[in-house]
Every structure is written in C-alpha cells, then in structure tokens.
Design a protein around this ligand. Sequence first.
Ligand SMILES: [Zn+2]
Length: 315
Amino acid sequence: MINIGIDVGGTNLKAGVVDSEGRILHTKKIPLGPWQDGDYFMNQLCTLAEEAVKEAGFDKSEVSSVGMGFPGAVNDETGVLTYITNIPVSGYPLREKFQQRWNVPVHLGNDANCAALGEYYAGAGRGSRSLVVVTLGTGVGGGIVLDGKILAGSNGTGGEVGHIVIVPNGDQCNCGRKGCWERYASATALKRMTVEAMNAHPESLMWELTGGDASKAEGYTPFDAARQGDAAGAEVCRTYIDYVALGAANLVNIFQPEVLAFGGGVSAQEDLMEPLAKRIAEEDFARNAGVASVKVTRCSLGNDAGIIGAALLGK
Ligand SMILES: [Zn+2]
C-alpha cells in the first residue's frame, strides 16, 4: 500500500507517492494557478494526487490515505481548512468535498508540523519517541512530535515555536508580538545582525567577503569571516547562536525530546551545530538531575520532509 502526501506551497502544489516506511517513490509538481474557489482548489489537489499515483505505476485502490500539509491552520478532526496563508479558503470542508470525488482517508496538517512528522518517521527522529524540529529560515518554524502524534493544540495552530518571546518589548514581529524568537534566530535576523556588525566595524573581513557591499551579506558571511579569524564575524556568530540556544533550551526544558533537530538554510553551517549544542546543554534543566539526554542534530530530509510527513499523517 502507498500513501500520497501533498505539500501546498504559496506558488506550487507538490505531491509525492510515499511507501509505508516514508520513502518517496515518485513526485509531481504543478503551479497553484490563479485563485478561483474552494472547489477548484480541491479539484486541483485531487487531480494532482490521481496523476501522481498513475505516473508512479499504481492503481488508486492501492492508496491507503491522502495527506496534505498547508501553510496555515487546519482542523484534521473536522476536515475543514481554518486559515491558509495567501489562499482565501477559510471554512472550506476540504475532506468532505475531496471524498465526494475520491473516497479515500484524507488527513490535513500544517506544513511545518508535517515536516516534523516526516523527520520523526524517516529522518532525524527515526527510531526515537519524541522529536522537536526547529527550522531556521526566513522565519523560525518547527513542529513537535510526541509518541507519533503532532502537537497541534486544540485548534490546529500549536507548535509555532518561532513566536515564543525571548526579548521582552523587543523587535516587532509580524504576528503582533514583540521580541519573538524568529526576530532573533531566523536567517533574516542573522543577515540583519551581520549588516549591523559590518557598519559598526569598517575593518571587518566581512566587507571584503561581500565585495564592499553590505547588501550582499548572507547568513554564511559571519561564519566564513570567523573561520578566518575576524573578530566582528565571530561576535555575530556567538550572539546569533546564543539567541538560537535560548529559545531551543526553552523548548528542551518543556518537552525534553529525545531528538532536537534543526533545519533550514542556516542549519547547514558547519560551525553552527557544535557550539549550539553546547549552549543548549548548558541551559538544559535535566543536566541538574544528571539525566540530560537530548540529541541535538540536523534535519536530514530537506524539502522532502513535508511531503513524507503529509503522506504519513494517517499512520
Ligand atoms: Zn511572532
């Protein structure tokens, strides 16, 4: 038997045919296209799933479930889309409508939570009972999986780890709060800190690395500079790692997961994980009791995690 996972993005819909072990056998991607209405959207999703199954050489009768991950809040109990970013489909009974066309078990999830579930079953969390994923990208996202269940809260919006406040009255966040973790631990924040450090340190090697143009600074710029002995670059890395560790240690102290996995572009930095794991360990409550056990690591599935997790929502 196979499962279908669909990752609903802002511009594309990507479906994967996934086996029960979380291996992707086939993928198919289509553009989201101009918005019409809920039924049109549902039909796009259904047609995409059907075509992916056919292209992979399977029959629809071999599909045990279809799972979908959305950038927003969904209610998997009722099968209704609650709020999807940039897609005006609030209140649409997607499961009911989908099943009128194809009567198969349908599951709905938040995309970040789906990615965490994918890592839980087939990636960094494989073999563990509990996993917290933190994605350091444009924002800070993530998901919490305990004993095989996504912690989605009573309304589908649980697991928004980026919006815990770590600096009271800090930077204004898009969510309305001030000082959210993602304002200090995202790739966007790292870039902002890098430019600030460059402006404060005209002698920094980071100027040379960006060809004298601060707008060309990237998240890896301070790491590259620090490796070559640049003090300003090293200071940016330290400050950034402290911010990431602060929020991460909060999560560790609440959930004490077996595995804490970081994803997103910044997590690929080779000089990030070791000092980060050390800082988290220093603030891990369990160390007082001599039972600290969280394994800090990188996510291993990349962009496939969302599709795999969506496909395994019904597992
Ligand atoms: Zn926020």
